[in-house]
Design a protein around this ligand. Sequence first.
Ligand SMILES: Cc1cc2nc3c(=O)[nH]c(=O)nc-3n(C[C@H](O)[C@H](O)[C@H](O)COP(=O)(O)O)c2cc1C
Length: 333
Amino acid sequence: MKSIIIYYSQTGNTKKIAKAIHDGMNQLSEKCDIATPGELDPKKLIQYDLIGFGAPVWHQQEPMNISKFIKKMPLLKGKHSFTFCTHGLLLGLFIARMILALKERQLEVIGWKDWFGNYYNGPQPYFTHDHPDKIDLQEAKNFGRKILERSKKIFQGDRKLIPKLPNKKEYHKIYGVSTSEKPGGKKQLESFLNQNKPKLNKEKCKFPKCSICMKNCPTQCIDMAKSPLISYEHCDSCFFCSLLCPTGALETKFHSEVNDMEKVKMYYQNFAKDLLKYKTLRNFRCLIPENKLLQHKGLLMIEQHPRLIIRKGIGVLPSKIYSQFLDSLNGEP
Ligand SMILES: Cc1cc2nc3c(=O)[nH]c(=O)nc-3n(C[C@H](O)[C@H](O)[C@H](O)COP(=O)(O)O)c2cc1C
């Protein structure tokens, strides 16, 4: 039986979970492959029996690079799939939309799971600080082993192991109601996303010496040699370019609007309170004392550049920002 995990990760949380699931699957002594969307031709998936898809939750759904990859896959009737994600406080429609997208490729969906992951753009330490932790990773390992065992048994004919998909009411109870499902919410979300597309300050841009934004944009929507430089209809408003840009040439409106820390803190505190009715948040293990939360600026509010650097394909905090970040955990200004 051949299996593979396809994942995207911007700041490493989903990568950690994907690797732990991969370890769990490999415990059953069969080699499982692992790749990112850019490393694999979707047509090659025809050779696999079990395919897992993982990504961070962005704006309460899956990133565009993952949905585009799934759309390019051939129909995979009879094969098994599962999905997983990491997220901050609100998973929204990620699981529902992924299940639908996989079913559209005629895959049998045999499992799904989510984990909390730190959100660096929000004020720090964020509620989900230090997730995924050891417990999360062990859970992910177990999930990997179990999903492969389940897949084998289903292939042997035990079809009652195929999980029932939650209906809308059950889904909302567990994962919450996403903004786009609320009256006027779709427009609200669209307008937030449109306002937060990056704008280029040509004077600060170092292209062609620097092309970090182009190389790392998950949807490849930036090409400084073309006009327009940014194809906004393919931009996922993921802020990655503005985090990576070494000179601050690419910025978003979000950045300029979030300088009042007290306001920001209040916004996030109310947001968290609002979500407590949902099962995902009630099951949350906060790894930091409540009085230490949200004391300091998140990455997007920091004026130093670059705010993130790329190491082994993912964004990590540069040492200067990292030391400030550690100070914030010790409660120092
Ligand atoms: C652009 C962007 C949008 C996000 N939107 C959400 C969201 O709607 N809900 C949520 O719970 N977390 C959200 N997050 C937080 C990420 O899902 C979380 O940090 C995740 O663990 C990141 O995974 P990664 O490290 O693999 O990139 C968002 C993060 C980014 C960068």
